[in-house]
Structure formats: C-alpha cells, structure tokens
Design a protein around this ligand. Structure first.
Ligand SMILES: Cc1ncc(COP(=O)(O)O)c(C=O)c1O
Ligand SMILES: *[C@@H]1O[C@H](CO)[C@@H](O)[C@H](O)[C@H]1NC(C)=O
Ligand SMILES: *[C@@H]1O[C@H](CO)[C@@H](O)[C@H](O)[C@H]1NC(C)=O
Ligand SMILES: *[C@@H]1O[C@H](CO)[C@@H](O)[C@H](O)[C@H]1NC(C)=O
Length: 427
C-alpha cells in the first residue's frame, strides 16, 4: 500500500519526467512576434473594481464585528487565579472562526485567489464553513463546504442558512476531496489548514484597534495591555493558537503559549518532537475524538500544507483525556459557561494549570469560549450518545466520575487531571 507521501512523490516524479521529455523533443515557448501584448484594460479594471469593492465590504464587516466580550471567573478554590474566556460564541456566526474566515477571505481577495464569480470551497468541521459561508454571501460568491460525515445536523443547518452547500465525507478525506472539487469546478480551495499564515500574519498590524482581527490583539486591549501569564487552547487547524502565539512572540509578551491537545491527536508529538510530519498518525486515532480539534485521521501533519499549527510559537503541550474534556463541558455549563468541545478542554486545562501555578500572586490564564454548547446537544451533552461513543473509554461511569472530580476541584483548587487520572480509571 502506498503512503500519502508516496503519492505526492509519484505525482512529482511524473511531472518532472513529462517536463523533461517535452524539453528533449524541443518544444520552444511561443513567441508573440516581438510585440508586448496589452492586457485587455476594460476587463481588468472591471475585475479590479469588483475586488476593491469586496475588500471595502470586508472592512465594513470588520466594523460590525466589534469586539467579542470576555467572561472572567475565579474558581472558589483558587482565588488568586483569573480564568479569562474570550467569548467567541458571541461573534456574528457564532464561533472563533468568524475572525479567521474574515482574515482568510481578506487574504484571498488581496492575492487574487478569489475574484468576481469564484466558487469558494473549504474543508471544515462546520464552524469555519459557517463563517466562510457568511463571508461568501456577503460578497455574492458561491460556497461549498466539505465536512466530516460525523457532523452535527445543527452545524449543517448553520452552513445552509448562509447559502452554502454541504458535502459530507469521511473525516480523513476532507482535504483531498476539497482539493479535487476545486480542480473539477475551477473553484478556489481556501484551505484553512494550509493558509492561516497568510491570513493571520498579513493582516495583524500593530496598535490600531481594529486594523487586525487577531484574537490576541483584541484581548490585550480588553486586559488593559497586561499580557496574561498563560494562554491555553487546543488546535484543529492550529490557525487560531498559532496566530495568538505569533502575536505574543512578535511583541515579546511574557505570555506562555500552551497547546491543550486531545487524547488521540498527533499534535502533542508533532510539537514536541516533529513526529508525524512525515508519517501518518491515523492508526492512533480513536473516534469520536473532540469535534473540531486534534489532528489524527488526516495523514501527516505538515506545516503550511496540511496544518497551520506552528511549533515555533508553542511553549508547552498538555494531553487531555477526551472523556474528561466532555465532562468538563458539563461542569462548565453548570457554572454558566455554555461552550462546545474546545471550551471543555480549555476549562479543564485552565483548572489544571491554575492548580500548579504559584498561588501567592494573582495569575491570569486566558483561553477561549470558542462556540456555543447548543451545537452539541445531540452529541457531547447527550448521555446516551456519550455512553455509546465513549464506551471504549469506560462510558458513563468514567464520565460521571470526571464530572464529580472536576466539580470538586473547581471548589477546592486541586488539580483535576491528576486526581481524575487516578480516580476515574479502572472501573
Ligand atoms: C469549536 C472549535 N474550537 C476550536 C477549533 C480549532 O481551531 P483552529 O482550527 O483554529 O485550531 C475549532 C475548529 O474548527 C472549533 O470548531
Ligand atoms: C461580476 O460578474 C458578473 C457576472 O459575470 C457581472 O454581471 C458583474 O458586472 C461583475 N461585477 C463587477 C463589479 O465587475
Ligand atoms: C457568550 O456570548 C453569548 C452570545 O452573546 C452569550 O449568550 C453567553 O452568555 C456568553 N457566555 C458567557 C460565559 O459570557
Ligand atoms: C521525543 O523523542 C525523544 C528521543 O527520541 C524521546 O525520548 C521522547 O520520548 C520523545 N517525546 C515524545 C513526546 O514523543
């Protein structure tokens, strides 16, 4: 069986061979009779004008976006700790991907990848598709989302509400099928896994309040320019955390950037050791994972190709058990933080980090409420679904154990990961 990398190599070799063959038989470039051909000016001006107006429209959208609110809690057991949630569920399309989709579209317009009439295609777990669908509708562009076949119906509906079409595929095939679809339709594959570098870096610009859609840029102002001690978040594409990490590093902030990776994701090893950049970790993946985050089934993680997670700006990596994160979603919801999969991971990770930090001085751990829990009613908040999908992990017994441990540690200030890893095993 061929590996993914072998395919690439094979294709590359064929291209090389066919090029050199053409060269050998002599296929000289066509001459234009020495006359420089003039660009058809009217047509060109018209399309540039469309692009100029489209970029203006995006800036108007940036004004409308405003600033997502923060929600700050201090766990009763850790009074010196402030956990700051940047509430991205309050964005226009309901997730952290609103600003990311804006930045991707802005880049694609500027670089001429998207023009009047371009069919835009994206691989997504749902949230990016909804936000990008919104941007496409704003600009009058056709949009198709390639999503995993395990997607929640409510997320499909959100994409369709934006006028987007949805193609469901096995999670491991998303990138390949999106690429093929773009080729066969002449459309543009936005590829949030590959192109975050352009999107987030190009548009991040210093101190002007709304010049950047970078989340850290916005959060710093909300914290009166006092950098948080820690920023913790998981990674799906890695685009969000990398944009935060790059911002922190670029401006020399003292914020420690922590990746909270999911249980069967390869990102932990990818960041620590560079493993899985050549070989796939797909055989390590165990479903269902945490929707939208972690990287497992999609082959090797290659920076700026199949992932936007930049190890250079990550300071530390944590590994979070999936069922514990699912339980954390419930405990967080019970104290008024109604978030999805990554919010559960973040709540648990923040309690863990907070428990280990020195308690004699105030400490701020910043993180993200990335999307609303209401998208997960039939899945990660549904006991029947949890029992069935996480049977391998010990099902509801282990889930209930984690719920209790996390709730107790929220009250006591102890480390829920340490306690739960012992208490919620071996039933
Ligand atoms: C709810 C949620 N949180 C986090 C992420 C991961 O964000 P990123 O892809 O920027 O790493 C996603 C990605 O889809 C998501 O849907
Ligand atoms: C965009 O393309 C459509 C369809 O080809 C055309 O009718 C319209 O005039 C174009 N808009 C601009 C601003 O060029
Ligand atoms: C986050 O924003 C949503 C939408 O505005 C709001 O309903 C929710 O209460 C907020 N959550 C928190 C924890 O502030
Ligand atoms: C990284 O590689 C070193 C040396 O090969 C090994 O000892 C270590 O366990 C690896 N760490 C991870 C996280 O894979």
């Amino acid at each position: 069986m061929l590996h993914f990398s072998d395919h690439i190599f094979l294709i590359f070799s064929i291209i090389l061979l066919s090029n050199s063959a053409a060269f050998l038989v002599g296929n000289p470039p066509k001459k234009e009779n020495g006359i420089l051909s003039l660009a058809p000016r009217d047509q060109m001006t018209e399309s540039k004008e469309w692009t100029r107006l489209a970029i203006q429209r995006l800036w108007a959208e940036r004004e409308l976006m405003g600033v997502t609110p923060i929600h700050v809690i201090s766990p009763p057991g850790l009074p010196a700790l402030k956990i700051v949630f940047k509430n991205e569920s309050a964005s226009t399309t309901g997730s952290l991907k609103h600003r990311y989709a804006w930045a991707l579209m802005s880049w694609a317009l500027l670089e001429g990848h998207v023009k009047n009439g371009t069919h835009v295609i994206e691989a997504s777990s749902g949230n990016t598709a909804c936000s990008l669908g919104y941007m496409c509708r704003l600009l009058g562009l056709k949009f198709t989302a390639v999503v995993p076949d395990t997607i929640e119906l409510v997320k499909v509906k959100r994409i369709e509400e934006q006028g987007g079409s949805v193609v469901r595929v096995p999670i491991s095939d998303r990138l390949i099928i999106a690429e093929q679809l773009a080729k066969s339709t002449g459309g543009f594959f936005m590829n949030q896994f590959k192109n975050a570098f352009y999107a987030e870096e190009f548009h991040e610009s210093g101190s002007a309040p709304k010049a950047s859609a970078n989340l850290m840029h916005e959060l710093l102002r909300q914290l009166n320019n006092t950098p948080p001690d820690v920023f913790v978040h998981p990674a799906g594409t890695g685009g969000t955390l990398s944009s935060i990490g790059r911002y922190a590093k670029k401006y020399g902030l003292k914020t420690e950037i922590v990746l909270a990776d999911t249980q069967y994701s390869v990102y932990f090893d990818y960041v620590m050791n560079g493993t899985f950049s050549k070989n796939t970790g797909a055989h390590h993946w165990i479903a269902p994972g945490m929707a939208g985050i972690g990287y497992g089934a999609m082959g090797p993680a290659r920076i700026a190709q199949t992932t936007s997670l930049d190890p250079a700006v990550i300071d530390r990596v944590l590994k979070m058990p999936d069922l514990a994160s699912t339980a954390a979603m419930k405990v967080a919801r019970d104290i008024g933080i109604n978030g999805g999969t990554s919010t559960g991971v973040n709540f648990l990770a923040a309690l863990h980090i907070g428990a280990l930090l020195p308690s004699e001085r105030p400490v701020t751990v910043a993180t993200i409420l990335a999307d609303s829990g209401k998208y997960y009613e039939t899945t990660y908040f549904n006991r029947k679904w949890i029992g069935a999908k996480f049977e391998f992990h010990g099902g509801l017994k282990v889930y209930d154990c984690w719920c209790e441990v996390i709730k107790k540690c929220f009250e006591s200030g102890e480390d829920p990961l340490k306690i739960g890893q012992k208490a919620c095993k071996n039933f």
